[in-house]
Design a protein around this ligand. Structure first.
Ligand code: AHG
Ligand code: MN
Ligand code: MN
Length: 333
């Protein structure tokens, strides 16, 4: 498809080319991404429109909400209300699923409305992560159980990163394509099709301040990266940590690398920090579609059967060689 094809036309052309992008899914994706354009404009104005700082409230997970967490959540919910094909919404910021209209329709939408909350007030990249599932029984009343599907069943997943450019990454199950927001037309324009993550890399991403709390396989892996060309890996590694999963994963999609937010001993009963259904699964879907891998240490994340909407999971994703090594180190313990 020609570069700079607007997102709406791209969806229509995919459908014409034989991909399964029914009109109801197109409508949902266009409404969702249009809302992200509005959100991008608000993010860009920051303090000028009073959107920075804490909201003074907590969410379902006991985390302090920033004003922008609440604004993004409200905007996204309002932005998809007119989609006839959408039955319900699940969000990081709300405990139970929200029916759309009568709660009937073909699709379910899950999102992390604002990822990277700790970066909002310091003008570092943040984003929105989304996942779309089919509703198992479109005409039955909406239930939480409808959402509890393994990541592999996603019909679409993606993110929008609000950085130096506003970029949309999306997969409909046939590769990953990238779009950049054109400020003039207010539309996402195609910039790359068929993103591929290199199999090998010299770059890893992890919050090193948690090192003393990690499990032995993760510690071993990172120690070996740090040992550089004189160690068993026989190459020097670089490290990056943006603390916005969207921005870290965008870097992995762009130039390879491995991203980890593993289980650690700070709160041993928690499987991890990141949420399975609206962080790890959509990002994992993109990473696998781009030729990378995604595990919780032992298992492939997209095969996990979710037990709850807000379930947490240990995450290791990116370049295959590194993820395979992490899997091997976990299997050896
Ligand atoms: P959210 O802002 O949606 O709560 O997610 C933040 C997540 C993720 O984006 C990032 O990778 C991680 O938290 C950063 O955590 P640390 O501050 O512990 O490094
Ligand atoms: Mn997040
Ligand atoms: Mn969030």
């Amino acid at each position: 498809m020609p570069l700079k094809t607007p997102f709406r036309q791209y969806l229509g052309q995919l459908q014409l080319a034989g991909a399964s992008v029914p009109p109801g899914l197109q409508d949902l994706l266009v409404s969702l991404t249009n809302t992200c354009v509005t959100l991008s404009d608000e993010v860009a104005q920051g303090a000028l429109i009073g959107i920075l700082g804490s909201a003074g409230t907590g969410n379902v997970q006991g985390e302090v909400q920033q004003k922008l967490d609440v604004i993004a959540n409200d905007l996204l919910i309002a932005g998809v209300q007119s989609c006839q094909s959408l039955a319900g919404i699940a969000s990081e910021e709300i405990e139970d699923p929200l029916p759309v209209g009568k709660g009937v329709g073909d699709y379910l939408l899950l999102f992390d409305p604002l990822d990277g909350s700790s970066n909002i007030d310091v003008n570092v990249s943040i984003g929105t992560i989304f996942s779309i599932l089919k509703k198992p029984n479109p005409n039955a009343p909406l239930t939480t159980a409808d959402f509890l599907q393994a990541g592999r069943t996603q019909v679409a997943a993606g993110y929008v990163v609000y950085g130096p450019q506003t970029t949309l990454a999306i997969s409909l199950g046939e590769g990953v394509d990238l779009f950049t927001l054109d400020a003039v037309s207010g539309e996402f324009l195609l910039i790359k099709q068929g993103v591929q993550i290199s199999e090998s890399t010299r770059e890893f991403a992890i919050n090193m301040s948690n090192m003393r709390h990690w499990a032995a396989p993760v510690k071993r892996y990172v120690d070996e990266c740090l040992a550089g060309s004189g160690g068993v890996r026989q190459k020097d590694f670089n490290m990056r940590w943006i603390a916005s999963m969207v921005a870290d994963v965008h870097r992995v999609l762009s130039r390879g690398g491995v991203f980890m937010y593993p289980w650690d001993q700070r709160d041993p009963k928690k499987p991890g920090k990141l949420r399975l259904m609206y962080e790890a699964n959509p990002m994992g879907f993109l990473v696998e579609q781009a030729g990378g891998a995604v595990i919780n240490g032992v298992d492939t994340i997209l095969d996990l059967q979710p037990q709850g909407l807000h379930e947490r999971v240990s995450v290791m994703l990116g370049s295959k060689e590194e993820v395979n090594l992490l899997r091997q180190y976990h299997a050896a313990t």
